[in-house]
Design a binder for this molecule. Sequence first.
Ligand code: ZN
Length: 131
Amino acid sequence: MELHHVGVAVPDLAEAAERYRALGYQLIAEEILPEQGVHAAMLQSGASRIELLEPLGPETTVGRFLEKRGPGLHHLAFATPNLIEQLERLRAEGVRLIDEAPRRGFGGHWVAFAHPKSYGGVLVEFVEEPQ
Ligand code: ZN
């Protein structure tokens, strides 16, 4: 299963984006997602993508993450051709899901998160990417 992107929690999106631009990454999408409480940016270099997440406030999920753990790696996202089937497989394998059903994420993608307890402390996102 291919990695779709790596999610990084940052206090200042513009500053972080500059750092990745210096590594050859280009900004391909930027969006404010009020229901998720984040200002998100996707940067790409070749087949690699990095998603920067700046919280809209301290009471958001990413805001609490920054407060507790500081800036850094937030989640790994895997690409799946069919998210509904993927979630059924994960449920059958006993993976603990945060999202029982796909929801709209960054860039209009269908996404769902699995609990870090099921992946050794790593928050895992599944992104539907039709092949
Ligand atoms: Zn993500």
